[in-house]
Design a protein around this ligand. Structure first.
Ligand code: G3P
Ligand code: MG
Length: 251
């Protein structure tokens, strides 16, 4: 039932790309995730002032692009003029804030699954659902994509617009029987904050046909635990650690 990855193996999503060792949400981080053997990449999408889908986590540009102001107030051209690598290390100077199409192209070339998080809780980004779905369809990646969001109205809308694309509910709280809730909006997976995951819940969710993809899991002991519970995937800054655990398990 999984979007992709090896049959029977949980899918390892590199969080913002391989963000433990590369500047987050850059092509360098996405390519590194592929090299490290991740089966999936998680990223955050927002819209520029002129409506282009760009991949950046914060709603403001300060932390990762060293510029004042909001992503949604800048044109695509202005955003592309910024450096998204230097803040992390001078070695990555010149990395850009990617356009969604660049990641989708990489996904098409490599088969890596994309988990596209709509970052539309602070800013509404009117029409972001339609834009993301159109881009996924244009690349023929409907079966290789999960759309996730903390904005569950958006996820319900995505499911109405594109029933063939999987959706994942992001949440931090102790939701009661979140698999029942997921099913009520047609969602396929629970992108739960790691501490809000217990073995019996994973079991019940699986029985209900809903997958768990906890975030953000960087500790190897916890990774092993979650994989042992039967989570369908985990979201981590260190996909190499998770890939190593899976390789050991298969030996
Ligand atoms: O998709 C999992 C995770 O990325 C959600 O939180 O803030 O890292 O986007 P955040
Ligand atoms: Mg995210």
């Amino acid at each position: 039932r999984q979007a992709a990855g090896r049959p029977g193996a949980p899918i390892i999503f590199a969080h913002r790309g391989a963000s433990g060792t590369r500047p987050e949400n850059t092509m360098a981080a996405f390519r590194r995730a592929v090299e490290l053997g991740a089966a999936g990449i998680e990223t955050d999408v927002q819209l520029s002032a002129d409506g282009e889908p760009v991949l950046i986590h914060d709603e403001t540009l300060t932390r990762t692009a060293g510029a004042p102001g909001w992503v949604g107030d800048k044109t695509y051209e202005e955003i592309r003029g910024l450096d998204a690598g230097s803040w992390y290390h001078p070695e990555f100077m010149g990395e850009r804030i990617p356009h969604l199409d660049e990641l989708l192209q990489l996904s098409k070339e490599t088969g890596i699954v994309v988990n596209i998080e709509l970052k539309n809780t602070l800013r509404a980004y009117e029409g972001i659902e339609e834009k993301v779905i159109a881009a996924v369809r244009a690349h023929g990646l409907e079966r290789q994509t999960v759309i996730s969001s903390f904005n569950h109205y958006s996820l319900a809308l995505c499911k109405r617009l594109a029933p063939e694309i999987r959706t994942g509910i992001l949440y931090m709280e102790g939701l009661y029987r979140p698999w029942d809730y997921a099913k009520s909006i047609g969602a396929d997976a629970l992108h739960a904050y790691d501490p809000a995951v217990r073995a019996e819940w994973v079991r019940e969710a699986l029985e209900a046909g809903v997958d768990y993809h906890p975030f953000t899991v960087n500790d190897e002991t916890r990774m092993r635990e979650l994989i042992g519970m039967g989570t369908a995937g985990i979201i981590t800054d260190y996909p190499d650690r998770a890939a190593r655990l899976l390789a050991e398990r298969d030996e």
